[in-house]
Ligand binder design. Structure first.
Ligand SMILES: [Zn+2]
Length: 343
């Protein structure tokens, strides 16, 4: 994995070099004729102008993908002409600004903070290991009744504590337990599959006035989520936000938002990486600063970029999470020592 100024870049390395090639071409600079992944390196046509004018036919220049014994990820080395540089310096050179921080800024803006309208279009083959999110049918006009919610308030379940919730948070957010959620899914041939009862935690999602719009669920024995169908996803946690909250963390999942709250920071969840409607809700709140705590992967990076565009009037920063972890995985101490950068 490439890094820039110590921050991880959660994009495929080949895509980064392809994007570099594309943006250079837009500037009339045609380099990286060949780009090929081979084991620990991406082999490219050497961009060093002193080597075949940067137009080498065979790719002899290696860009390391992983940290190795004697070189780090991002180290560039041409096996033919001996050109050696860190990735960011090579990028500065390609754009014609050798010896400057141009390459660092370019990496940061394009792949970490999601700056600029020239955002690369990256084909959408989402490879993150996300739990399945099932959309379940449910009437959307009426609020969820007290009677229904009361059924979920009968028990505490150990899984609540395993996910770091506390009794106070369970009460405040009305987190519940349902032993026998019945899921029905439509098959391609039009038939319906009725699944065996699923044990899950229930998370009522309330509107700003405290009415329960729907109940989202998380299975206890696997990572599946259940959300209603045909519903404009609202921001979760609006009603519970302290009225004077000036700084709020935005998470993808409910569990991550509740973890922030347990750790003492107001937070909301998007049930994903954000929609226009949710952005409007966030804009309308009297919150001064949002801190993005989206998952450290490509979808999270894309969400960051969209929210940056949508939340123009707010101060916006982002937490840099360790690869493969979300906020719920972190101890309080780890949470408070996360790096935070402006986006
Ligand atoms: Zn070379």
């Amino acid at each position: 994995m490439f890094t820039v100024r110590g921050l991880p870049i959660y994009y495929d390395e080949v895509e980064i070099i392809r994007e570099l090639k594309r943006q250079l071409a837009e500037n009339g600079i045609h380099l990286f004729n060949k780009i090929k992944r081979t084991g620990d390196n991406i082999m490219v046509s050497c961009p060093n102008p002193e080597h075949a004018g940067g137009q080498e036919r065979k790719p002899s220049c290696g860009i390391r993908i992983n940290d190795g014994r004697d070189s780090k990820a991002g180290q560039v080395h041409c096996f033919a002409c001996g050109y050696t540089a860190p990735l960011e310096e090579m990028i500065s050179m390609c754009f014609g600004y050798p010896g400057t921080s141009y390459g660092e800024d370019w990496l940061l803006e394009n792949f970490v903070t999601g700056d600029g309208d020239e955002r690369p279009h990256i084909p959408c083959e989402i490879s993150r290991e996300i739990p399945n999110i099932f959309n379940i049918g449910q009437p959307t006009q009426n609020y969820i009744s007290e009677e229904e919610l009361q059924q979920y308030r009968q028990f505490y379940h150990e899984y609540m504590w395993k996910r770091k919730l506390t009794p106070e948070i369970v009460e405040k957010y009305d987190v519940g337990y349902q032993p026998d959620f019945r899921l029905e899914t439509k098959n391609e041939d039009g038939t319906t599959t009725i699944w065996p009862p699923i044990e899950c935690l229930t998370f009522p999602c309330r509107d700003i006035n405290g009415n329960t719009l729907f109940v989202s669920r998380r299975a206890i024995h696997n990572k599946n989520f259940f959300l209603p169908n045909d519903f404009e996803k609202p921001v979760y946690g609006l009603y519970e936000l302290p009225k004077d909250a000036k700084v709020v963390i935005i998470c993808e999942s409910v569990i991550n938002a509740l973890t922030c709250v347990v750790y003492g920071v107001p937070a909301v969840a998007l049930f994903g990486t954000g929609t226009q409607y949710q952005a409007k809700q966030l804009n309308d709140l009297p919150v001064r600063k949002y801190v993005l705590g989206l998952d450290p992967d490509r979808a999270g990076n894309k969400g960051t970029y969209r929210l940056k565009k949508a939340l123009k009037g707010k101060i916006l920063t982002k937490l840099i999470l360790p690869e493969g972890k979300d906020i719920n995985d972190l101890s309080r101490e780890e949470f408070y020592s996360l790096p935070e950068v402006y986006v």
